[in-house]
Design a protein around this ligand. Structure first.
Ligand SMILES: *Cc1c(COP(=O)(O)O)cnc(C)c1O
Length: 342
């Protein structure tokens, strides 16, 4: 099977499995797991933040990110297709007592003037704005990348309005690869950033949230409260360390493969792809003019050894990662072309 459903499907490399088997461990709830401590220190260094926290999932990282910066009854400004709003079981409401103030933005990239219009102060009617959240790369907009100046402008203005900025950087290393920049530069001004070790970076489990020392100290309590006190988590952190240190440099290959897929799809009758939005490892394409639904196409592809999901009845998504080679991508495109002809 050629699995293009998501970059979460990457399996740990043999080297990761060896590192996991040999990891030094301790009880992380006591702060005594040397491998987890090392991973958190390295992540903080790489992002140039005061502290970092190893969490089981990106959803938990974002949940902590929202909670440390907000109070119950506030609004969180985010893009309309944001993961925190649409794919995290309403944790911002369930755990943090906040409501989303979604803004639709071209390519998923929020800009300060749009945000400024939605800021609310406490009044007899309004829930005040508590936090601004940005997603880089933006998953449902097709892996789009925030221009650096846009991030910096949002952060500078947020801060002068007394607001914090949390970045859902699940794929911020893909953004870094696309921009040929360091993640520490991309995230220099955000107050916290969450990123996934378990997607394109290839670790089997885990995400990291990084930010100020005080926020992360509070975050450590929240992690325990959410069920993320993982004890001998060094076996997972060992794979996470390799993912963090070694995988980012090969992400450009995934981006080239995504570009190849986008251009192939673009040339097929009935398929629409916005090539400008294909900037990293995600390709979102519209199949309505093929006369078939995403579900029908998905089933047909599966019969021929290719996994790809719909994100709506008419829109599908392909995601590249290190477990699909260029050859696999070529085969997948042959299957798509053939399925459309059949
Ligand atoms: C995958 C993802 C997350 C976190 O997902 P988990 O499955 O909880 O690890 C967060 N944000 C974005 C944009 C994602 O793609």
């Amino acid at each position: 099977m050629i699995d293009l459903r998501s970059d979460t499907v990457t399996k740990p490399t043999p080297e990761m499995r060896r590192a996991m088997a040999e990891a030094e461990v301790g009880d992380d709830v006591y702060g005594e797991d040397p491998t987890v401590n090392h991973l958190e220190e390295r992540a903080a260094e790489i992002f140039n933040k005061q502290a970092a926290l190893f969490v089981p999932t990106g959803t938990m990282g974002n949940t902590i990110g929202v909670k440390v910066h907000t109070q119950h009854g506030q609004e969180v400004i985010c893009e309309a297709r944001a993961h925190i709003l649409n794919y995290e079981l309403s944790m911002m409401a369930w755990f943090s007592g906040c409501v989303a103030r979604p803004i639709s933005a071209e390519h998923g990239i929020l800009r300060w003037p749009q945000i400024q219009k939605e800021l609310r102060k406490t009044s007899p009617h309004f829930a005040p704005t508590g936090l601004i959240e940005i997603e880089d790369t933006h998953n449902m907009a097709g892996g789009t990348v925030y221009p650096q100046a846009v991030i910096d402008e949002i952060c500078d203005n947020a801060h002068s309005n007394g607001l914090k900025v949390h970045m859902d950087g699940a794929r911020v290393f893909n953004a870094a690869a696309a921009m040929a920049r360091k993640v520490s530069d991309i995230c220099a001004k955000v107050d916290s950033v969450n990123f996934c070790l378990s997607k394109g970076l290839g670790a089997p489990v885990g995400s990291i949230i990084a930010g100020d020392k005080d926020a992360m100290t509070y975050g450590r309590l929240l992690r325990k409260r959410l069920g993320g006190g993982m004890r001998q988590a060094g076996v997972l952190a060992a794979a996470g360390l390799l993912a963090l240190e070694q995988t980012p440099q090969r992400l450009p290959d995934d981006h080239l493969n995504a570009r190849y897929i986008a251009e192939s799809l673009h040339s097929m009758p009935g398929i629409t792809v916005d090539l400008a939005s294909v900037q990293t490892n995600i390709v979102i394409f519209d199949v309505s003019a093929t006369g078939r639904s995403s579900a029908e196409l998905s089933a047909r592809f599966r019969d021929h050894g290719v996994l790809m999901n719909g994100i709506s009845p008419t829109v599908m998504r392909a995601v590249t990662h290190y477990d699909v080679s260029r050859k696999d991508c070529e085969r997948a495109m042959a299957v798509v072309a053939e399925s459309l002809r059949a």
